[in-house]
Design a protein around this ligand. Sequence first.
Ligand SMILES: Nc1ncnc2c1ncn2[C@@H]1O[C@H](COP(=O)(O)OP(=O)(O)OP(=O)(O)O)[C@@H](O)[C@H]1O
Length: 274
Amino acid sequence: METATIDLKNLSLSYGNNGTGHKALSDVNLSIENGEFISLIGPSGCGKSTIIDVVSGLRPPSEGSVLIDGARVKGPGTDRGTVFQDYSLFPWMTTFENVCFAIEHAKKTGERRDIEKTAQEFIELVGLEKFKNAYPGTLSGGMRQRASIARMFSMDPKVFLMDEPFGALDSLNRIYMQDLLLHLWSEGEQRKTVLFVTHDIDEALLLSDKVAIMTPSPGRIKEIIEVPFSRPRLRKDLSIDPNYLALKSHLLSVLYGEMVEEIEKQEKELEGFA
Ligand SMILES: Nc1ncnc2c1ncn2[C@@H]1O[C@H](COP(=O)(O)OP(=O)(O)OP(=O)(O)O)[C@@H](O)[C@H]1O
């Protein structure tokens, strides 16, 4: 069970031809300690998914760098496990095959018997044993995300990168998945470092050690908030804790302020066209 630090250093990224197009990120700096759970929250289009793409090595930054345990990210690697909102599994493989493939790919060596045993264990842990031979297309959204989570944990990467993994789920499934993630994450002797993107303030406060709030596009880190509640956290306790309500209200006002600024900016741009 290894874990690692994540450092985003002066990260900027522009889309388009040779980075001359839309500036999505501007000088993003963020340090995540070993075993720390940080949520990224911010208005739509502020660059949260772009950050996940850069940290996972799928997209190079225009400037700056990402360091995992001090080593510069140059492309995708098995030290980072990812769960996206809806495309983490291979549709042509069953749940079992998806998890086995991920373990095989991550470990490079290992007896087939051990790989299958680990896959079986994690599939059982997320409660999908009855759907082990089902293809992703035949699973519900919640089941697919359970399979994606089994896949990520079974690979045993150093860090977890999660881009709105529960964004498409109904509220009951979302609660179930949050609890499952927290349970699996807290269980091991060494917690993994997590960078988690969400739109949901309650989700960020329930799961995270810190919440990083981003500015509207081009995204920067505007503020980092420590979440002071001890673990394990229970929803029912949090929802009546005055500190929780104060923190939630602070986050809402920062995000609402961002939204108003963004709308005013867009209105001014539209006036320019009139
Ligand atoms: N492939 C692309 N080419 C050009 N522009 C892009 C591309 N992907 C994203 N963008 C733009 O970059 C900005 C940041 O996008 P990104 O998806 O990272 O934001 P986000 O904060 O994750 O948004 P949301 O919360 O809506 O998912 C947006 O303005 C988006 O339109």
